[in-house]
Design a protein around this ligand. Structure first.
Ligand code: C2E
Ligand code: CA
Ligand code: CA
Ligand code: CA
Length: 278
């Protein structure tokens, strides 16, 4: 009873209570925002050997009062309260609709779209049918869809993860391992996953020119991925010097502000067309 009393005291700590009220309010706003069209997908181009080959879809929330709220702020909350399932489904549908729209076009038709998938969304029993429905509903080609997964997935049920990946792989869907090097994945699993791509986390790219440890990590990820037959993509490339370093290390695919920030769909399409014409 004493312990419970202490917990109750902790629980009613005014600061904690304020934080909880804020979270509850944000959660309610998120639900309402999903129903009233406040979420948008932005697209960041991916470059491979000087060509834009696709985009990563990144979620944006235009909150009526707070303005743009960062996904870093609301994705963890959406995961905790379960809203990530509806939100993730909306992201998949919206990205597939964009993909279907590109398919009609001679230049845009070559592009792939990468969608971030949260572990909780992936673990849902209905995940595979959800992806297939999003593709079929939009009339999008599965071979142009990439799903970005994080190493956190491998902490839970590796066999279930591989089974779902293999199933989607069978339809042509590709997989990237995102934020590589920041999680806990074992190299033993890496060779068992049906992956296309490793993404070098931007935390290693940021100081690649000044921090010898980051440079060594980046080089090692490139060597590892390449020898496993995977594409290795650097994220968060902001300067030409970083890009050149990575290219010399054998990394020919990258994303980052050096080319473009994530932008709305129409702006992304304009960028691709301007780039193709140049
Ligand atoms: P991420 O998947 O690692 O995405 C890369 C983040 O780096 C994005 O932040 C992107 O805007 C940012 N970025 C890209 N280029 C640069 C650069 O050159 N410099 C710097 N400093 N940053 C760069 P964003 O859009 O705020 O997204 C943050 C995270 O939120 C994402 O990290 C991803 O984990 C998550 N997220 C975003 N959209 C979704 C989604 O639709 N579903 C799920 N489950 N998670 C999402
Ligand atoms: Ca990503
Ligand atoms: Ca990433
Ligand atoms: Ca990240």
């Amino acid at each position: 009873a004493k312990a419970a009393g202490r917990d109750a005291l902790r629980f009613f700590d005014p600061q904690m209570q304020a934080q909880m009220a804020e979270r509850v309010a944000l959660e309610a706003d998120m639900r309402a925002g999903l129903d009233s069209g406040q979420f948008e997908l932005f697209y960041q181009p991916k470059m491979v050997r000087g060509q834009i080959t696709g985009a990563e879809a990144l979620l944006r929330w235009r909150h009526p009062v707070k303005g743009y709220v960062s996904p870093a702020e609301f994705i963890p909350l959406a995961e905790q309260c379960g809203l990530i399932l509806r939100l993730g489904q909306w992201v998949l549908r919206t990205a597939c609709e964009r993909l279907a729209h590109w398919q009609e076009h001679p230049v845009l038709g070559q592009l792939t779209v990468a969608v971030n998938v949260s572990p909780r969304q992936f673990y849902e029993a209905g995940f595979v049918p959800q992806v297939l429905e999003a593709l079929a509903g939009a009339g999008a080609d599965a071979r142009r869809l990439r799903l970005e997964l994080t190493e956190g997935l491998l902490l839970q049920d590796v066999e279930d993860t591989i089974a779902k990946m293999v199933q989607l792989r069978g339809y042509g869907v590709g997989f990237s391992l995102d934020d590589f090097g920041t999680g806990y994945s074992s190299l033993a699993y890496l060779k068992r996953l049906p992956l296309h791509e490793l993404k070098i986390d931007q935390s290693f790219v940021r100081d690649v020119l000044t921090d010898p440890n980051d440079a060594a990590i980046a080089r090692t990820i490139v060597a590892l991925g390449t020898s496993l037959g995977l594409q290795v993509t650097a994220e968060g490339v902001e300067t030409e010097a970083q890009r050149l370093f990575l290219e010399r290390a054998g990394c020919h695919a990258w994303q980052g502000y050096l080319l473009s920030r994530p932008v709305p769909g129409l702006a992304f399409e304009d960028l691709v067309l301007a780039h193709a014409a140049a």
